[in-house]
Structure formats: C-alpha cells, structure tokens
Design a protein around this ligand. Sequence first.
Ligand code: DGL
Length: 267
Amino acid sequence: MDTRPIGVFDSGLGGLTFVKEFERLLPREKIVYFGDTGRVPYGTKGRDTIIKYALQDIRFLKSFDVKAIVIACGTVSSVAFGEAAASADVPIISVVKPTAGAAARCTKTERIGVLGTSATIGSGAYKKAILELMPDAEIKSRACPLFVPLVENGYFRRDNQLARLAAHEYLDEFSGDVDTLIMGCTHYPLLRGVIQDILPGITLVDAGLETAKATVKMLEQNDLLSGKGGGTRYFVSDSTDDFARLASIFLEHPVADMVEKVEIEKY
Ligand code: DGL
C-alpha cells in the first residue's frame, strides 16, 4: 500500500479527461493535478519548448513526493516522452501507447483515424504505435489546432456552433473512411458530443479514459495502490477562477476551493 499521490499534468483542462475517469475507477487515490493554463497551448510550440515545459511540470509534481506521474497530454507524450521519463525517477505513463492499443483492439477494418495537435501529428507517434501492433493498418491523421483554444474558452457544449463549424472543417474527410478515430489530444474528449454528431457511426477512442485504465494497471503491477484517502488538488499557472469554472462544468462537481496558482517558471 502506498498512500502518496499520483502527479498528473497537461497544458490546461485536457488532463481532466484522465482525472474524471481515474477518480471513477480508483476513488481512493490522491491526485495532484497541474494544468499549465498560463502557457497553453503546447501543441503549436516547437520541440525544445515542449521539453522545457514538460520538465518544469515534472519538477513541480515531484515536489509533492508523487509515487507515479501521468503525462495526461498527447503533445508531451508524443514529442518529449523520453526526456520526461528520464527526469521522473518514478513510474511514468504516456497517453500514446494505451490509446493506440485501444484503437487497434476496436477497429474491424484496420482503417484508423488519428486527431491530435500539430506537434502530436507531426511527431507520427500514434501512427508508429499503431503500426507496431497492426502493421497493415491504414492510418489517416489530422491536426486540429482550433480544438484546444475552443475547449480552453469553454466552447465545448454539444450545441456550440463555433465548435461544430471547426469540427466539420477537420472531420468531414473521415466520414465513411475509418471505423475508429483516436481523440489523441486529451482536450478532445470534451468535444465528444460535437465529434460524434458529425461522425455517428465511428468508434471514438478517448486518450483520457484509456490512460486512466492503463494507470490503474500500472499501479497494481507496481504494488502502488493506496486503498485509502482520495481527493484531487488542482494547480494552474494562470487564473484559478477560469479553470475552476470550466473544470466544475466538465467534472460535474465544484472544484473552486481546490484550485491554487503556481509560478511554474520557478521550477
Ligand atoms: N491536451 C494536450 C494534448 O493532449 C495539450 C494540447 C495543447 O496544449 O495544445 O495534446
């Protein structure tokens, strides 16, 4: 039994798609969450900047004596996993492998779509991970750079016209082409309703959910489960109010008293 928290980070709200599922699966685990809202988005930045941010995020989480780290960010997982793992000193998990594995299990046609940030799609990380499992798979990838700012500004409701317009622009080409579509950026499952309405017959694979399931397994295998306590502390690098408001809507419970601000550049 290990009652230390797990550390989870993302550029902003996206990693909450992991938190929501993980809290449901293992309510007795403590989480320290960092959302780098002062520097979001990561997915339009260059590799060096993404690595620098990831290492600062990990240094901050390590100050809580975390027992494991979850990179709840497709961009860091795709671009900087090696550097992140080398600096972690504790078990670390990325979103790419669990999500690619779930897509390979879901597809019947071996035609898989991948959505992600520009950095994620540019890295080819999901494609590589799928082809390792399914060498004959055909993979169609698309960067969706407007999705993260839409989510961070609260435009993620199913009937939001701006989100629907952006989603049509990115997704129409997948209709009738793939049977499985990876939401490879953890922000995208907040747009699940919008995406599913445009592609009703396609199975959506959620990077937050798949990573939550993989983290449960990883904690079990490393004998790191807590079994008592629980609760999540949230840290952000910009306004706590904006984050708390949107996080409370998505998580469906109030988080205002649990959000603190951190000067991430100090780490
Ligand atoms: N949610 C992150 C991801 O999975 C970061 C997106 C961004 O900041 O651009 O890629």
